[in-house]
Design a protein around this ligand. Structure first.
Ligand code: UT7
Length: 324
């Protein structure tokens, strides 16, 4: 292969120290550990400490990815952060991360595609690298979703957690990120959203009305349908059959959604990376966290073929076919 490719040469992740178990919810709201496990697969989630921001999480994940890649900060010439929970409105979390890392001059920007943020970021960075606009890109998915939860809404507050994952993409002659596929359909905006914004205005409510609003059941049904479609699209675009994928690295929102996609691919669950039980739904953080977990635990081996996918508010959805 003579044209420039974009390879993932290092991954890293970070989870805040505090672990919140399902049992902690039982005394606060009308729920149970059994319900949460059975309906979502979640056992616990990590929660950022007061003052610990999305860029703090991103920083550790990025440093670990750079270390794994054996790449110095000065070599980074692009930073893209997928996040829907930026530290502040501006500057972007990517700019804050750039400064914390000690990087300089390179372009740095955020992508907000809700839970599909990392796949959008990867899709963009991969094109910078392939076209020669960047040689070494840092691609991050980082979130502090717990900051915008209504802790009295049992339909949402038990689902989400905080965390970050990162990959280093490097220009190479070998195939790496083989294809990326991203989509959106804004007609579903009211099924999963946060009603507060700058131009829509803040609200005279606790926490300014900042909270995740979700019609869980409807989101669930569209997610299952759409993720089946995106994995089919990815296989067809590469003329691959289902059995050529070594690992499914899915967005970690609900174990039942993950299982449905695996079933659609005829993949046994022992070829699917599952972290939702330990992390909850970390939105943009979820896929790179799962990828890093798969690699560092030794499950995913060099040279294997991975299918990454995600679905989130917007709706947005996306996938990537990656040769490690
Ligand atoms: O990452 C972005 C995309 N997000 C997702 O993919 C999330 C998609 N949705 C889901 O994962 C699921 O729909 C949920 C886990 C949110 C809900 O599971 P469900 O099986 O779809 O439940 P449901 O919404 O149909 O609700 C069933 C019942 C309701 O009670 P009634 O009306 O039948 O009496 C809910 O009020 O479960 C109730 N319920 C709960 N009960 C105990 C909802 N949340 C809880 C809870 N504990 N935490």
């Amino acid at each position: 292969m003579s044209s420039t490719q974009a390879r993932i040469i290092g991954t890293g992740s970070y989870l805040p120290a505090r672990i919140m178990t399902n049992a902690e919810f039982e005394s606060r709201i009308d729920t149970s550990d059994a319900w949460i496990r059975e309906r979502t697969g979640i056992e616990q989630r990590h929660v950022a400490a007061e003052g610990e921001t999305t860029s703090d999480l991103a920083l550790v994940a990025a440093q670990r990815a750079l270390e794994a890649a054996g790449v110095g900060v000065s070599e980074v010439d692009l930073i893209v952060v997928g996040t829907t929970t930026p530290d502040i409105i501006f500057p972007s979390t990517a700019c804050l991360l750039q400064h914390k890392l000690g990087a300089k001059d390179c372009p740095a920007f955020d992508v907000n595609a809700a839970c599909t943020g990392f796949l959008y970021a990867l899709s963009i960075a991969e094109k910078f690298v392939r076209t020669g606009a960047a040689r070494t890109a840092l691609v991050v998915g980082a979130e502090t979703l717990t900051r915008m939860l209504d802790w009295n809404d049992r339909g949402t507050c038990v689902l989400f957690g905080d965390g970050a994952g990162a990959v280093v993409l490097r220009a190479d002659s070998q195939l790496g990120v083989i294809s990326t596929h991203i989509h959106a359909d804004g007609q579903y905006q009211n099924l999963l959203y946060n009603p507060v914004g700058v131009s829509a205005g803040f609200k005279d409510e606790p926490n300014h009305g900042v909270r995740v609003m979700m019609s869980g059941n409807e989101v669930f049904r569209v997610a299952v349908r759409t993720l089946s479609r995106i994995v089919d699209e990815t296989l067809a675009a590469n003329q691959l059959s289902k059995d050529s994928i070594d690992w499914l690295v899915p967005h970690q929102a609900n174990l039942r959604i993950i299982s449905a996609t695996a079933k659609h691919l005829d993949m046994p669950m022992d070829r699917v990376i599952v972290t939702v039980n330990k992390h909850g739904n970390t939105s943009s953080g979820s896929v790179p966290l799962a990828l890093d977990h798969g690699i560092r635990s030794g499950l995913i081996k060099p040279g294997q073929l991975l299918l990454l996918e995600a679905f989130g508010g917007g709706f947005t959805w996306g996938s990537a076919l990656v040769r490690l």
